[in-house]
Design a protein around this ligand. Structure first.
Ligand code: HEC
Ligand code: HEC
Ligand code: HEC
Ligand code: HEC
Ligand code: HEC
Ligand code: HEC
Length: 345
């Protein structure tokens, strides 16, 4: 055999021996136990606990959500019940870094390489803790989902970061106004809101029979600028708290009975879209709560404008903001159609 062939064969044998030695000495015993995987890695990954950063960590970057959550019912350190940010959004610290290696799947720490999930299905999320179950301790607030929410998402009515709808606090401590004094003061309003507070083809919406607390709140919102509309900002500019209470007492004392009858509801094309509103604004536009406005006697344009303003955030309200957030243009059109059918008798 020529010498160079002999040397080549020797070299190949040496490489093969080194390769074999590498497999024997350098790979762990559990390698190839389950095919081309390391058997022990299953237990190792499982022991790789998610790392929580804690709620304080979120404050600097998500101030608004943090404030809403801190004041909310899910933050109750006094009785040891705290639903932390990461309970709903997942661990923000990724996984333990073993031997300096970062898991590709989870990245390292939010926000750098790790995106947190935004729970889209609040029915699935909230019912984990709030669905009524026989074995669930009574101290945990529970609801019968079908009766309470129908098919709706919980976030329609509850702000996930501050879920308690505090109905008593939501109604402003309305100063008891005088309807008689209000009638005199309403002289300035007739041109736009109608003679007896019923507006037909006038620039302002119907006010007759509206909830007094809502009238005070919305009127004062124009004064403070929380709601902006040129005509109303001017009309409310010089008004005192007493004026607002008197005007509200007057308009609330007028009547606007809804014409929306059961027969009319049944044939309205908008009834499907309005199903999401009825729990609060009533099937006939008369709301179930003193802090929530009636929707009787409004022109369709006012309804569409109001809903679009809530959706865009131009008009802010925790409850209606949630209800309008996901409406499409077609939903707004249909729901407005439905309630525009509720005029004053
Ligand atoms: C250093 C600043 C910072 C901190 C601290 C921080 N975040 Fe974020 N967060 C961001 C940024 C920037 C984004 C937007 C980037 C993105 O979409 O990934 C974001 C996005 C999010 C999102 C939305 C993700 C999406 O897909 O839209 C959620 C939910 C979130 N953060 C929750 C949290 C929680 C919970 C904490 C506390 C454990 C936290 N963040 C701490 C900066 C931060
Ligand atoms: C009870 C569950 C829950 C808790 C607790 C919670 N969130 Fe959320 N969060 C949600 C849901 C549901 C959404 C999506 C709906 C929404 O935007 O309101 C959301 C949305 C967000 C978003 C916006 C993401 C986007 O792109 O719209 C941020 C940021 C966020 N949460 C941060 C936080 C922080 C910070 C905390 C703690 C201070 C927190 N969350 C606590 C359920 C929760
Ligand atoms: C991890 C469990 C958990 C999840 C998930 C959760 N909650 Fe809660 N929630 C609680 C606990 C615990 C309380 C009670 C706090 C207390 O006793 O003060 C509570 C209180 C409430 C309350 C106040 C009840 C009352 O009358 O005092 C409402 C409303 C509420 N949650 C709605 C929601 C909504 C909406 C979601 C989904 C966005 C949600 N919760 C997700 C555990 C949870
Ligand atoms: C149509 C509006 C609406 C929807 C949708 C809705 N809720 Fe409520 N929820 C309310 C109102 C109104 C209250 C009573 C207000 C209060 O006491 O704060 C309430 C109260 C609660 C309470 C407290 C009950 C108690 O007995 O203390 C819990 C818990 C709750 N809701 C959870 C949920 C969950 C979970 C979902 C989603 C499956 C949901 N809600 C969907 C309007 C709604
Ligand atoms: C120049 C016309 C004009 C005058 C005068 C006027 N308003 Fe208005 N008002 C409007 C318009 C237009 C709106 C609807 C604005 C909007 O969409 O935000 C409105 C809205 C309102 C609202 C809110 C109604 C709702 O359903 O949200 C109240 C309350 C109100 N006006 C009370 C009054 C009172 C009380 C006076 C008399 C002191 C008055 N307005 C004078 C034009 C007027
Ligand atoms: C959980 C209760 C709730 C639900 C559900 C709800 N609303 Fe409201 N709505 C309110 C409250 C509270 C206000 C007053 C907000 C404010 O002060 O700006 C309001 C205000 C309004 C206004 C403004 C009225 C005015 O006088 O300008 C319109 C229009 C309206 N809602 C329509 C709807 C429609 C349409 C739906 C269904 C898609 C709906 N709402 C669902 C509670 C609710």
């Amino acid at each position: 055999m020529p010498r160079h062939i002999f040397r080549l064969v020797l070299l190949l044998v040496a490489f093969a021996a080194m390769g074999y030695a590498a497999i024997v000495f350098l790979t762990v015993d559990s390698f190839f136990q389950y095919g081309h995987y390391r058997g022990d890695s299953v237990a190792e990954v499982a022991s790789d606990k998610p790392k929580y950063q804690g709620t304080a960590y979120c404050q600097s970057c998500h101030e608004a959500r943090f404030v809403a959550w801190s004041d909310g019912v899910h933050n109750r350190p006094d009785d040891g019940k705290i639903v932390r940010c990461e309970t709903c959004h997942g661990a923000a610290g990724g996984r333990d870094d073993k031997a300096g290696l970062t898991h590709v799947s989870t990245g390292s720490v939010h926000p750098d390489n790790l995106k947190l999930t935004v729970p889209a299905d609040t029915r699935a999320l909230c019912t984990l803790c709030h669905e009524k179950m026989a074995a669930r301790p009574a101290q945990q607030p529970q609801i019968v989902v079908a009766e309470h929410a129908g098919e709706q998402q919980c976030a329609v009515c509850h702000d996930p970061h501050s879920p308690l709808l505090n109905l008593v606090a939501a109604a402003p401590a309305a100063q008891q106004g005088s309807a008689a004094a209000g009638e005199a003061k309403a002289a300035d309003c007739i041109g736009c809101h109608g003679d007896a507070g019923v507006s037909v083809d006038l620039p302002g919406p119907t006010l007759a029979g509206q909830k007094a607390a809502y009238l005070v709140e919305s009127f004062m919102a124009y004064k403070t600028g929380a709601r902006s509309e040129d005509m109303m900002n001017a009309a409310a500019e010089g008004a005192s708290d007493e004026d607002a209470a008197d005007l509200a007492a007057y308009y609330a004392s007028l009547t606007c009975e809804s014409t929306l009858s059961t027969e009319k509801q049944a044939v309205s094309s908008g009834r499907a879209a309005a199903a999401a509103c009825i729990a609060c604004h009533g099937a006939d536009g008369v709301s179930t709560n003193p802090a929530w406005p009636n929707l009787v006697g409004f022109a369709k344009e006012h309804l569409v404008a109001a809903l679009s303003a809530y959706r865009s955030g131009a008009r802010t309200d925790v409850v209606m903001g949630g209800a309008a957030k996901n409406l499409s243009d077609a939903d707004i059109e249909s729901a407005a159609d439905y309630y525009a059918g509720a005029s004053c008798k």
